[in-house]
Structures are given as C-alpha cells and as structure tokens.
Design a protein. Structure first.
Length: 358
C-alpha cells in the first residue's frame, strides 16, 4: 500500500518561507493558549528548529509573535520558573529577524537573579548556560566542570544498553548543547559514540521514531552518519503522517514526532517540512506501527533466568526461536545496523550481577 501525507484541501504555499509562516501562525494562535505551559514548549521547539537550521522566515511571519515579544519582560518577571522557555523564545525570535535586543537584557537579568542556581539538574544548567552564552554571559561559575560531568554521563555506554528513555533523551540534549545545535564539533569520544548507538538500537527496537530521530540528529551534529537502516525507517515513518486542518481536533497529538522527523530531514541533503500545511488549527496524526519488539525481547531475556548469557553469538538462536516473526525481523535489522550489536547485547542481557541479597 502506498503511504502518503494526506491533506484535506489544496494549499498554495510556494516555497519554505510560506510553509514556515503557516506553521508559526498555527502553533502561535490555533493549538493552545499562551497561558498554557505546553504553548511555551511547542513554540520554543518549533522556533529552535527554525533557528538552528538556518531558516529565513519573512518579517510578516515573525509578526505573529510580536505581541508576545512586546510583553516578554512582564512574563519573565511573573513566571521566572519558565525562564528557559521564555529566554529561548526571545533569543530565537530575534536571531530569526525580529527587531529588538530584549534577549540581551533578559540574559543579564537571569544572571543577576541567579536563576540557574535554582536548577537541580546538570542538563538544565547546561541548557541555561547555552542560552545565556548566546548573548555573551556565562551564568555558571565553572563551565568546564559542568561539561566534564555531562561527558562522563554520556560516556557511560552501559547506561544506554538498558531501556531508559529519560537517560536517552538527556544524552541527545547533551550532544545538542555541546555542539551548539550543530554549529561546532562536540568532540565526542568513542564511548559517547557507543552510547548514541546503544540508545538508538533500543529506540529502533521500540519503534520510537521520536527518540530515534533525535539520536540521529545528535549523530549528525557529532559528524557521524546514522546507520542506513535507521535512516530508511525514519523516512518511512514520515510518510505515515496526516497533517490536517481540524478546528475540533485534539492537540494531544503527534506534533513532536512530526517536528523531530522533519528536523532530522533538515540535516540531510533533502530537507524537511516539504509538505503543504493547512491553515488554522493544525493536527498531526501518525499511523503508528504495532508496539515494537523491545518488550517482547526483554520478556524473553528475563524468562531465561540463569540460562541467559551476554554472549550474543551463543544467544542469537535461543532468543530468536522464542520471538514472533515481526520481532525476529526487527532484531535482525537492529543487528545489521551498527556493527556492534554484540556489545549492546552484553549490556542488555544484564548478566553477572552479584551481591543482590539472598
């Protein structure tokens, strides 16, 4: 069956700038209200992608955020807990071409208020530091120590051989920040590269297009070519979207996967966001594959108990015989993708643990 991106009515958007304008308007005014924190999240993600991919929206397209930009100091003063979202929105709007230098003043205010000191997570501190450095201010006392901790986390590849989506998303964002979203070499070592490949193997086995797209973007930012198997599968997933104008449709939809998949395409020679966009309330829906074989594989390994081994050559046939045909096919594709499935499986099998009570 041929897969297509379905649109309800014909649109006449000649070129990327016109499609960007419709996306900006749709996210700004037709999906959520500005007093919803998820409005901040959605619009910050879209603007960040446009800014870091070198988009050039026309001034009229950016004007959809003019009132928000006018009021941003008031919002920041009353909602400092959302300062990273607000700062990101302001900086991206101005770097995309909106007039004003509010971003520099907000960065100075954030530093004076010590808002970064309220962050418990190194990853959040790294994001705040990256934002403030865009206007020449470093709000973190010891950036080198912070970076060293992030690299230590990212280089512990055994973390990413076990299902842990939170850790995997944190890994991708570490690469985003270290690379300044693809603008400089993040200097990853072999251990960090292996972490990305392990995390990607799990995302592929889980049929998680959102996470796998982020991992492939991170690989490209690090100067690496994502495995061909992953690239082909991600392109297939993009064809599964229907992008619809639906004034009554729920916005608890698949917008994030749509953005990530198109962002990934922007890192290739073909480019993303190529389809026509409906005006007004945009709803993103993806025809999802059946649940990925990761759970089936995990249950199989767990059921083997003391008989399981971390040696993939010894376990390949025993494991495959216990899996469905679909899971076997996905497992074979995952094995072929990276050339180091045996190292991944050694961690995934979780054998040799000692000292856990008796």
């Amino acid at each position: 069956m041929e897969n297509v991106v379905r649109l309800n009515v014909p649109y006449r958007q000649n070129g990327p700038a016109a499609r960007q304008a419709v996306l900006l308007e749709g996210f700004a005014h037709h999906r959520r209200s500005e007093d919803d924190v998820f409005w901040l999240k959605e619009n910050a993600e879209l603007l960040n992608i446009l800014e870091c991919t070198g988009a050039q929206p026309d001034r009229g397209a950016l004007a959809t955020h003019e009132r928000f930009h006018d009021e941003i100091e008031m919002r920041m003063g009353f909602f400092p807990q959302y300062y990273r979202f607000l700062l990101s929105l302001c900086l991206d709007l101005e770097d995309l071409g909106m007039e004003g230098e509010k971003g520099a003043r907000l960065v100075e205010w954030v530093a004076r208020q010590g808002l970064v000191e309220a962050e418990l997570s190194d990853l959040q501190r790294a994001e705040a530091r990256r934002l403030c450095l865009r206007r020449g201010v470093d709000p973190v006392g010891d950036g080198a120590a912070l970076e060293a901790r992030l690299r230590r986390f990212a280089g512990r590849s055994e973390t990413f051989a076990m299902p842990n989506k939170k850790a995997a998303y944190e890994l991708t964002h570490i690469i985003f920040y270290l690379s300044e979203y693809g603008r400089r070499d993040p200097g990853i070592d072999e251990a960090m590269r292996e972490s990305l490949l392990f995390a990607g193997t799990l995302a592929f086995l889980d049929f998680n297009a959102d996470l796998l797209a982020e991992i492939c973007i991170a690989l490209r930012f690090a100067g690496e070519t994502p495995p061909e198997v992953w690239d082909i599968w991600l392109r297939q997933q993009l064809t599964q979207f229907s992008v619809e104008g639906d004034e009554a449709g729920s916005v608890a939809d698949d917008y994030h996967e749509f953005l990530m998949l198109n962002w990934y395409m922007e890192t290739t020679d073909e480019g993303g966001f190529a389809g026509q966009m409906p005006e007004g309330r945009i709803v993103f829906r993806r025809a999802r594959p059946q649940s990925g074989p990761l759970r089936e594989l995990s249950e199989c390994i767990y059921a083997l108990g003391a008989a399981r081994s971390g040696d993939w050559d010894k376990m390949r046939e025993r494991v495959s015989d216990r899996l469905s045909d679909e899971a076997q096919a996905a497992l074979a594709a995952a094995e072929a993708a990276t050339g180091r499935f045996d190292r991944f499986f050694h961690g995934f099998a979780r054998v040799g643990l000692t000292g856990i009570g008796a």
